[in-house]
Design a protein around this ligand. Sequence first.
Ligand SMILES: *[C@@H]1O[C@H](CO)[C@@H](O)[C@H](O)[C@H]1NC(C)=O
Length: 124
Amino acid sequence: MATFLNFLSAIFFLSLIGQGNGQCYPVTDLKVFQTQTGDQVGNKPQWKVTILNDCICTQMSIKLACNGFHSTEEIDPSMLAKADDTACHINNEQPLHGHHTFNFTYAWDAIYPFNPIYSEIACS
Ligand SMILES: *[C@@H]1O[C@H](CO)[C@@H](O)[C@H](O)[C@H]1NC(C)=O
């Protein structure tokens, strides 16, 4: 009987793990937070962008909307680089692991939204 219960709880546990993987959604499970750092670059306020992978699985090929984006702070292309006319890659196109964050800063008068527009889910 004890063995059978162990077996049932193992099945239950495995189904929870399986569910966790299945619950990841590209794009919507990327969260973007921004805060003003309090510093100025080229006479404009500096903003810190945090992109959070809000799920257990890795997200790859992430693209953010960035048309019309400007910055008086020079941004290293390994942080943020144009992918095409409307979208940017982040972090040299490296995958963002589950529950990890990626940060970069820019400087402009107004906050720029950086909405995620593309990603792919990779569960192991
Ligand atoms: C990004 O910034 C957040 C908030 O300050 C911090 O908690 C996190 O550790 C940073 N991530 C990396 C990869 O440095």
